[in-house]
Each structure stands twice: as C-alpha cells, then as structure tokens.
Design a protein around this ligand. Structure first.
Ligand SMILES: [Zn+2]
Length: 186
C-alpha cells in the first residue's frame, strides 16, 4: 500500500486535521507532495490500477530529491486505496481525536452542513432533490489509518496504556452512576 496523508491535530474542529497530501512514487518510493485535495483524491481514486510516479508531477523525475520524508516529525495517516473522489461541491473533512487514536470522517455539503455518517448522508440526499444523481455510497466514511510509529510519543504505546486505564476508570464511575439511576448515555 502506498498512499498517505499527513496529519496535524488542530484544536479547531472546523478545520480539517490534514495539512499535507502526499503520494509515494511506485518506482523510486520517494514522497511527493500533492498540492490540492482534489488532485490527491483523483490519484487515490485509482491508485491500484494507476500507480503514482514522480513524473506525474510536471517537471519532476525520480532523480529529484523527495518532497517530504516519512518520519515521526509529523504524524502520517494512510488512506484506503481507491476511495471514490468526493462528489463535486462536497468536501471530505478529517478530524483527529486529541490522543491521535483515530480520525473521524465528515462530509461537508455545498452549503456547509456537516454530515457524520452514511445514514445522515442518505437522509440529506433524500431531502435535497438536486443531488438526485448521488447516492450515499458515493461517500465513503472509512477513515484513514493512523501510522502508530509517527504518533507523538506521549500518545504512542506506553502513553495509550495510561489513557486506556483512564477510560476504564471512567467506565467504572459510570457504573456507579447507573446504580443511582442517573444514566448518561451519549
Ligand atoms: Zn519516482
């Protein structure tokens, strides 16, 4: 698999966490920065049948130095290959959890509405006849995978154990709350 984006956790969820798009050359394995999300999605949508090569960027060959190196200096996430391109007017929006454990996928409609799941998308398309040509399956909510070796150290393996313990403790607290009949479901 050869397709990554990089990620920066930003406090403002109105902004996507992704700040750089990159594709790896199938021949020299160097990383090339892809300048627009649209171009990136175009490459990704058919990466299994049309591998990416350096010379797909104009004026660039495999002899040129890599644009960016895969390293822990930034967090990398890998998109699923061949995900469909986001339909025109919509935007795919990825937001990282604070602990870098995973990303959440949203789609933003042309009018700025944020949809969080395929069900929400299906309901939206049903209500808005002008998108008749689209179906919820044109939108893939599968989030990219976070590359654990590039996650900031405080959140990586050892860090996440203590996070897990904390979560367990919180769950126990919830249990005692249940006894008092004070349910607090999301
Ligand atoms: Zn190359």
């Amino acid at each position: 698999m050869c397709f990554f984006t990089s990620l920066e956790v930003k406090p403002n969820v109105a902004k996507s966490s992704i700040d750089v798009y990159a594709a790896q050359c199938d021949q020299c394995k160097k990383w090339r920065v892809i300048h627009s999300e649209e171009e990136y999605e175009e490459i990704r949508s058919k990466i299994s049948t049309e591998p990416f090569y350096c010379n797909k960027k104009s004026g660039v060959t495999c002899d040129d130095a890599a644009d960016i190196e895969y390293s822990a200096s930034r967090t990398w996430v890998i998109d699923k290959p061949d995900l469909p391109k986001t339909p025109e007017g919509f935007r795919r929006h990825l937001v990282a959890r604070k602990d870098y454990s995973k990303l959440d996928t949203y789609f933003i409609t042309p009018k700025g509405k944020r949809l969080r799941s395929r069900n929400e998308m299906a309901a939206f398309l049903k209500q808005n006849r002008k998108y008749e040509g689209l179906s919820a399956s044109d939108f893939d909510f599968a989030p990219p995978k976070v590359m654990e070796d590039t996650v900031p150290e405080i959140f990586s393996k050892r860090g996440s154990d203590s996070v897990r313990k904390k979560i367990k403790m919180t769950k126990n607290e919830d249990k005692s709350a249940d006894i008092t009949g004070d349910e607090d479901f999301e």
